[in-house]
Design a protein around this ligand. Structure first.
Ligand SMILES: Cc1ncc(COP(=O)(O)O)c(C=O)c1O
Length: 446
């Protein structure tokens, strides 16, 4: 490799000093993500205290084109004036919790209208929303086992923290320290999209409370198995199994109504987060009354004989209806609705076009890289040492976080995208010069 590592570290003198100064006290796995001794000096996370539009600004004063966009939570760009104003206005009124914010009801109504879910409940994160959705499914179906799928990511709830399963039992295997097998003994982990998974669910229908899917997995965005999802729907419906769409990434991104609307499949429960919070922490569980009624006993009226009669489980949280998050989410939905979803359509189209152009470039130059996308999410496929691309991108002022899911936002203008494309190609050329990628069958002249 050229003097690339020292050029990169020279760019981040203050960031690296900051990381080292606080390492002893600040426990942060992102500061060791992808650690390997040979690139040890390049292992540090980007630190920024300013963000605007499609850019973040690091401690060393570099302006980075942001492809992380708050892990996909910032759809309109950083510091978007209408959302900031809504949060500032709310800040002046109240940011207290305790009594419920009046915004919660309106937000629930809006989410229900956009997504077609009958009822809506609020939490603080995607992880919490998934945890609650599973609990509701178990409470209502009165069964205990859950199914989830390889390659998916559903946050950090213990029962979902595995990537491997036992080939005989299909139970998720303990691979994460602190998550013992006993916690995974009611979690089946199957192959997404496979006929075998359908057979397995069918055979174990009396034990399974919920099938949890990321309809399009963020780690495999080009796989969009709509026919399989329809089969899952039919199967789960027939056997009193809750079908849960985890739309924490796809919700309010693939379509205003998420994958349920895009694919025309109605799940029993859906979880949302990220985009809908407009950059503030939120988790949403929405779905059929049959399941959401297990939060509060179901509908009843004042001044008559009705009562909350449905058997309920327990859900709660100090910050669940935080007024700032409610205000930010309401404004985000207003903005999304303003063009009747046109912002999303345009952004998703822009993302697909960018990925197609880059894939054509990679192919013509004979580089082994490619990009997959779904809606405004994309991922580089980086065989072998081309996985160094993220460090070269950083050298060229493009920021991709350690989990490597990339997102475009409405703030990524055509000019920014043109510049981004040039930076991506430059990064690849530099990797080629440093021997990290090798062109095969180049179809354009050098
Ligand atoms: C599909 C999916 N579900 C759940 C989560 C967890 O959300 P959070 O990080 O807000 O807990 C994520 C986070 O990336 C996600 O991608």
């Amino acid at each position: 490799m050229s003097d690339f590592p020292s050029s990169l570290t020279r760019k981040h003198i203050l960031t690296r000093k900051h990381t080292q100064d606080f390492r002893r006290v600040l426990a942060l796995n992102r500061n060791a993500a992808g650690f390997s001794r040979d690139i040890k000096n390049l292992i540090y996370t980007t630190v920024c205290d300013k963000a605007d539009g499609a850019f973040v600004y690091d401690l060393d004063g570099n302006r980075l084109t942001d492809l992380t966009m708050g892990f996909g939570s910032i759809l309109f760009g950083h510091n978007h004036a209408p959302i900031r104003q809504a949060v500032e206005d709310q800040l002046m009124k109240s940011w207290s919790v305790g009594p419920i914010s009046p915004l919660a009801g309106t937000l629930a109504q809006n989410i229900s209208a956009h997504t077609g879910n009958e009822r809506v409940a609020f939490f603080n994160s995607g992880t919490e929303a998934v945890m609650v959705a599973l609990r509701l499914a178990k409470a209502v179906t009165r069964k205990n086992y859950i199914v989830y799928f390889k390659v998916s990511y559903h946050g950090t709830h213990d029962t979902l923290l595995s990537l491997k399963s036992d080939p005989q039992s299909h139970l998720a295997r303990a691979i994460v320290p602190g998550v013992p097998q006993s916690i995974l003994n009611e979690s089946f982990l199957l192959e997404y999209g496979s006929d075998e998974s359908l057979d397995f669910i069918s055979k174990n229908k009396d034990r399974i409370a919920a099938v949890l899917v990321e309809p399009v997995q963020s780690r495999n965005p080009s796989f969009q198995p709509v026919a399989y999802l329809r089969q899952l729907r039919t199967l789960t419906e027939a056997h009193n199994i809750a079908l849960i769409f985890d739309e924490v990434i796809t919700g309010f991104r693939a379509h205003l109504g998420g994958c349920q609307a895009l694919f025309g499949i109605r799940a029993d429960l859906a979880t949302y987060g990220k985009v809908v919070g407009g950059g503030l922490p939120i988790g949403v569980v929405a779905g059929k009354s049959r399941f959401l009624d297990a939060t509060d006993g179901g509908h009843w009226n004042f001044d008559d004989e009705s009562a909350p009669l449905v058997r309920s489980t327990f859900v709660a949280g100090t910050f669940c209806h935080h007024p700032l998050a409610m205000a930010s989410a309401l404004k985000t939905l207003d903005l999304l609705q303003a063009g009747n979803g046109e912002t999303l359509t345009a952004l998703n189209h822009t993302t697909a076009a960018l990925c197609a152009r880059l894939n054509t470039e990679f192919e013509q130059r004979g580089w082994p890289l490619s990009i997959s996308n779904f809606a405004s999410l994309f991922r580089f496929n980086t065989p072998g040492r081309s996985n160094m691309i993220y460090y070269y991108l950083l050298m060229n002022d493009v920021y991709v976080w350690e989990g490597r899911n990339c997102f475009l936002s409405a703030a990524h203008t055509p000019e920014i995208l043109k510049d981004l494309e040039e930076k991506i190609l430059l990064s690849c050329l530099q990797m080629e010069a440093d021997g990290l990628i090798k062109a095969t069958s180049r179809s354009i002249p050098q």
